[in-house]
Design a protein around this ligand. Structure first.
Ligand code: G6P
Length: 606
């Protein structure tokens, strides 16, 4: 996750870009840079390290510009050096970028054959070169930008200067946020409302796939197809921008939509995108480990269950997952050769903390997968595995769940490699699969309109069943938990194979049954379970992928088709539809989505 700012100003922008970058430092501070139009053309100033280092560069060599862009970097492709610092320049184009371009290696090779050379190791420079090549064809800036964006795979937000277009900044977003700020004779572009907060509180949030051209007085916004688009301008409290709902009605909805970027940030902390290898923080000897004990509550517990499926299958490393409140009182049998992992968004949940301390007292090495890095759990463990997804405000956890699962996927690949279960080539393949997950999550979120329609019916139900096999079983539990938490409809998640041992008795024409079944090795069995419930009048909502849609038995009430993906990341890609379903059912029922009755975000009592 990096931070972006752009200003088409009337007065000097240098200090204002810096002020904004300081507000964006929470998104990363490996390097920083700014660029602007001076009387010598487009000039850049860049420095490795925090913004303070850039200020020293500027003290020695100020940037005298009224139109400029800035960036604070959290390194993914290429180390945190000045050479890799943004903005990057190719020909007439200078730009800043937040995100990952998945196909940058092949694009770079193609550009090299056209005579382009690259000075950095970043994926960003490729965007600059592509855009420059499109401009060289004589296209207008927005047409050239559209042609460039059409070639990119991945999730990104960008801000662009073009030499010779002194009153223009271009921007685009897909998977990563970008806002347009409206000032008095000045216009702004920023990663969030906080970035433009010192200059204006009137912002428009760009939507998925949008691109924009701003000048001193206006923003021309286009949708993903290049059609002119209107985006509402709203007044925000800039001080609260970090926890600002943006275009969304509720934090939960925003946090569902935050997931592509949240997961991208998470994943960047656990893989090296240049070598396609895992890079797990801390000293954990996965090869020598006897078992893993995961302790957690609520949604974090369910993420732990997904982890058990992944780690045992891929790394042949035994994993126990237990609800912390049970674990702490039953005197479990433990071995010092095991690693305890406390999973917790808050890092403060009392039962999880007690279970963690219990294991530590038995001599076990400890780790915590947490969002809050200053939390008690983070302070008390040997190894902290942060999920880096930003503050989660909605009481029902969404983006923390997918971020936790992202960490567990990376751990499973690293453990498999360390234990000799996969070779380097397979590790690289799996890392590439993981790096593609943010884009696939973004595609999965695009199912929102379809899911909203289903929610109208589900909102009338008294009970809802969720079924899944393999890693889709914990996801069924999570789907049911989300629905219960925020819509107050009774819901149960079951392993689909267990259906015939009891829950099938609940099936009647009034019971929606959500079946999660991507086209994986469990698919045939899940399809049989689907037939069983349909034979008893059950109303099936079948959540699958394109191959699953083709092979599914006829008769489902609705089929929701998520994007095709490798089974490794299916728990990430399939999360959005169940989260969105719970969300829209709750909205339909008029429930208090962000603060459901009787619940709390962080439970620090037993
Ligand atoms: C509460 C929240 C849940 C959360 C659980 C565990 O019950 O409402 O959303 O999953 O606590 O919280 P933790 O911070 O430990 O992940």
């Amino acid at each position: 996750m990096c931070g972006i700012i752009g200003i088409v100003g009337k007065k000097s922008v240098q200090d204002r870009l810096i002020e904004s970058l300081k507000r964006l430092e929470y998104r990363g501070y490996d390097s920083a840079g700014i660029a602007g139009f001076t009387d010598r053309g487009v000039e850049r100033r860049r420095a490795a390290g925090k913004i303070r280092a850039l200020e020293e560069v500027l003290a020695a060599e100020p940037l005298n510009a009224t139109v400029g862009i800035g960036h604070t970097r959290w390194a993914t492709h290429g180390g945190p050096s000045t050479r890799n610092a943004h903005p990057h320049t190719s020909g007439r184009v200078t730009l800043v970028h937040n995100g990952i371009i998945e196909n940058f290696a092949e694009l770079r090779e193609g550009l090299k054959t056209k005579g382009y050379s690259f000075e950095s190791e970043t994926d960003t420079e490729v965007i600059a070169a592509l855009l420059n090549a499109e401009l060289d064809k004589g296209k207008a800036p927005t047409d050239a930008l559209k042609a460039t964006l059409d070639q990119l795979a991945g999730a990104y937000a960008i801000g662009v200067l073009i030499a010779g277009e002194e009153n223009l900044i271009l921007g685009a977003r897909r998977g990563s946020p970008l806002v347009v700020g409206y000032g008095e004779g000045e216009m702004f572009l920023g990663s969030d409302a906080l970035a433009v907060g010192p200059f204006t509180n009137r912002v428009a949030y760009l939507e998925e796939g949008d691109f924009v051209a701003i000048d001193h007085t206006s923003a021309r916004i286009f949708d993903a197809e290049g059609r002119p688009a209107e985006r509402a301008v709203r007044t925000v409290a800039a001080s609260a921008a970090l926890v600002e709902k943006g275009n969304y009605r509720h934090f939960m909805e925003k946090e569902i939509h935050d997931q592509p970027e949240g997961c991208q940030h998470t994943i960047s902390g656990y893989v090296d995108a240049l070598s396609d290898r895992t890079r797990i923080p801390g000293e954990v000897d996965f090869a020598g480990l006897e078992r893993i004990q995961i302790v957690a509550c609520g949604t974090s517990f369910i993420a732990g269950m997904v982890g058990k499926y992944l780690i045992e299958t891929l790394a042949d490393l035994p994993v126990d997952v237990e609800i912390a409140s049970e674990f702490r009182y039953r005197q479990p049998s433990l071995r010092a050769g095991a690693l305890v992992i406390a999973m917790s968004q808050s890092g403060e949940t009392a039962d999880t903390l007690a279970a963690l301390r219990y294991c530590q007292a038995k001599g076990m090495k400890s780790a915590a997968i947490v969002n809050a890095q200053e939390s008690t759990m983070a302070r008390e463990v040997d190894v902290v595995w942060p999920i880096h997804c930003g503050p989660e405000i909605g009481v029902a956890s969404t983006k923390a769940f997918t971020a936790q699962v992202s960490v567990l996927i990376a751990l499973s690949v690293a453990a498999a490699r360390a234990r000799g279960r996969i070779d380097e080539a397979e590790e690289q393949r799996l890392v590439r699969v993981l790096l593609e997950a943010p884009r696939l999550i973004a595609e999965s979120i695009q199912l929102e309109d379809a899911v909203r329609g289903i929610a109208v019916e589900v909102a009338k139900a008294r009970d809802v069943l969720y079924l899944g096999r393999g890693p889709m079983y914990p996801l069924a539990l999570e789907g049911a938990l989300k629905l219960k938490e925020i819509s107050y409809i009774h819901a149960e998640g079951y392993a689909a194979g267990e259906l015939k041992h009891g829950p099938i008795a609940l099936v009647d024409e009034q019971t929606p049954i959500v079946i999660l079944a991507p086209f994986d090795s469990y698919f045939e069995k899940s399809a049989s379970n689907m037939s069983e419930v349909m034979a008893r009048g059950g109303q099936v909502i079948f959540i699958t992928d394109p191959d699953g849609e083709r092979h599914a038995p006829a008769g489902a009430k609705v089929v929701v088709t998520a994007p095709r993906c490798d089974p490794l990341v299916a728990p990430l890609v399939m999360s959005a539809p169940i989260q969105l379903l719970a969300y829209h059912v709750a909205v339909q029922k008029g429930a208090d989505v962000d603060q459901p009755r009787n619940l709390a975000k962080s439970v620090t009592v037993e």
